[in-house]
Design a protein around this ligand. Structure first.
Ligand code: HEM
Ligand SMILES: *[C@@H]1O[C@H](CO)[C@@H](O)[C@H](O)[C@H]1NC(C)=O
Ligand SMILES: *[C@@H]1O[C@H](CO)[C@@H](O)[C@H](O)[C@H]1NC(C)=O
Ligand SMILES: *[C@@H]1O[C@H](CO)[C@@H](O)[C@H](O)[C@H]1NC(C)=O
Ligand SMILES: *[C@@H]1O[C@H](CO)[C@@H](O)[C@H](O)[C@H]1NC(C)=O
Ligand SMILES: *[C@@H]1O[C@H](CO)[C@@H](O)[C@H](O)[C@H]1NC(C)=O
Ligand SMILES: *[C@@H]1O[C@H](CO)[C@@H](O)[C@H](O)[C@H]1NC(C)=O
Ligand SMILES: *[C@@H]1O[C@H](CO)[C@@H](O)[C@H](O)[C@H]1NC(C)=O
Ligand SMILES: *[C@@H]1O[C@H](CO)[C@@H](O)[C@H](O)[C@H]1NC(C)=O
Ligand SMILES: *[C@@H]1O[C@H](CO)[C@@H](O)[C@H](O)[C@H]1NC(C)=O
Ligand SMILES: *[C@@H]1O[C@H](CO)[C@@H](O)[C@H](O)[C@H]1NC(C)=O
Length: 328
């Protein structure tokens, strides 16, 4: 056979194999090219946790805010440039998402160990799993092989990400729009078992709920008094409160037992339990009564979320710097 024919035959034989794996993530994507990727990511996060107990929660949230906007493609990480309007300025993210410096540290460590190999989108997926497991939560096999976008979608970040006051019906619709169901809504909301929220995200519940001039009747009265002290009327709206008042930095099922005691922090949290007739109530109760059930569902739902329209194959690129499109 001529070299030319060999190439043609090789291409014909390989094409279906490539197509068969196209669009499919798998757990061993870096086995040959960056076998230590998970332990490298975990090491950087362990170091960061020593000076910032909140960083694990912040990193999990980044994966969520990446995946809901044009899929898990690292678009959230891009800064403004001549061709990019950053998603970091969109209302759900501005002065709120954090941990970008730790993502950069992870990228630097990976570029040193295996240059040009691990995508920023995959870094967010691996960092989310490492953050949960380092905080006492479940472990799971992270599916990998995502590539990075060369575009960002600032308007998409404003419209696709749920807001805490928009109501369970609208939030469920936003999850459904990316292929996630009501079990995913409840399980993934369980990420609010750690991390913080600013007073601005729940203060209407404390003083003037839905324009009634009164607090949200679904807030536990003892908890209400505590929150009113943390967030006084006309106080500093950037003051932080724990999303889980029981075990603020531990990944456990207390988020769900809190909801049963009416001590969910955000309106979107408490509604999962307090919306009468909602299918979410039974799911909250099952996660509250059995942490193993929650952990298994959470892991499954994180995999579902991580599968939202990734770029694979030769789409997109592997960014060298998570903040910038290559060559820009
Ligand atoms: C169900 C709809 C959701 C709404 C309305 C929502 C809303 C919020 C809000 C308002 C904050 C506080 C932000 C701030 O004050 O700066 C927050 C924090 C957080 N969210 Fe969500 N969220 C939702 C779902 C999720 C999901 C699916 C995840 C991850 C799987 C997640 C993970 C987190 C974490 C870990 C924090 C704390 C971050 C930190 O301390 O830096 N959230 N969320
Ligand atoms: C994982 O996916 C990549 C790219 O699609 C592929 O090359 C590799 O063979 C897959 N590995 C397994 C075990 O399926
Ligand atoms: C990979 O990690 C293992 C243990 O986690 C370590 O023994 C090995 O030296 C690491 N290899 C590289 C190339 O860093
Ligand atoms: C990014 O660019 C947008 C639009 O050009 C601008 O409104 C915004 O202030 C910029 N943000 C930052 C952080 O520079
Ligand atoms: C974000 O925080 C900075 C510094 O506190 C403030 O100047 C800016 O107005 C805030 N941006 C928004 C959109 O709230
Ligand atoms: C729910 O979404 C609809 C449109 O999709 C919007 O008109 C409505 O204002 C939203 N509700 C809340 C409470 O934000
Ligand atoms: C949601 O989807 C999962 C599979 O990802 C399935 O096991 C679960 O039963 C579904 N939940 C509902 C309420 O349909
Ligand atoms: C409560 O909010 C509504 C609008 O949302 C406003 O009209 C009303 O004046 C507020 N009431 C109090 C007591 O602040
Ligand atoms: C408001 O609270 C935030 C978070 O604690 C703090 O960083 C900021 O300096 C405070 N602002 C003022 C004006 O006190
Ligand atoms: C309010 O919260 C306290 C402590 O968190 C709990 O003991 C009590 O049962 C709760 N009350 C209601 C009505 O849920
Ligand atoms: C909790 O759930 C797990 C998995 O669903 C199950 O195997 C276990 O038996 C349950 N434990 C109890 C005490 O019901």
């Amino acid at each position: 056979m001529s070299p030319h024919l060999i190439l043609v035959v090789t291409a014909l034989v390989m094409a279906p194999l490539l197509r068969g794996s196209n669009g499919q993530l798998n757990a061993t994507f870096y086995a040959g090219t960056c076998p230590n990727v998970s332990s490298i990511v975990q090491g950087v996060i362990q170091t960061a946790l020593q000076s910032d107990t909140r960083i694990a929660a912040s990193l999990v949230r980044l994966h969520f805010h990446d995946c809901f906007v044009d899929g898990c493609d690292g678009s959230l990480l891009l800064d403004n440039s001549s061709s990019i309007v950053t998603e970091k300025d969109a209302p759900p993210n501005v002065n709120s998402t954090r941990g970008f410096d730790v993502v950069d540290n992870i990228k630097t460590a990976l570029e040193s160990a295996c240059p040009g190999v691990v995508s920023c989108a995959d870094i967010l997926a691996i960092a989310a799993e490492a953050s949960v497991s380092l905080s006492g939560g479940p472990t799971w096999n992270v599916l990998l092989g995502r590539r990075d976008s060369t575009t960002a979608n600032n308007a998409g970040a404003s419209s696709a990400l749920p807001a805490p006051s928009e109501g369970l019906t609208n939030i469920t619709a936003k999850f459904a729009a990316v292929g996630l169901n009501i079990t995913d809504v409840v399980a993934l909301s369980g990420a609010h078992t750690f991390g913080r929220a600013q007073c601005r995200t729940f203060i209407t519940r404390l003083y003037n709920f839905s324009g009634t001039g009164n607090p949200d009747p679904s807030v536990n009265t003892t908890y209400l008094a505590t929150l009113q002290q943390t967030c006084p009327q006309s106080g500093n709206l950037s003051t932080l409160a724990n999303l889980d008042p029981t075990t603020p930095d531990t990944f456990d099922s207390n988020y769900f037992t809190n909801l049963q005691s009416n001590t969910g922090l955000l309106q979107s949290d408490q509604e999962l339990f307090s919306t009468s007739g909602s299918a979410t109530i039974a799911i909250v109760n099952s996660f509250a009564s059995n942490q193993t059930t929650f952990f298994q569902s959470f892991a499954a739902s994180m995999i579902n979320m991580g599968n939202i329209s990734p770029l694979t194959g030769t789409s997109g690129e592997i960014r060298t710097d998570c903040k910038k499109v290559n060559g820009s």
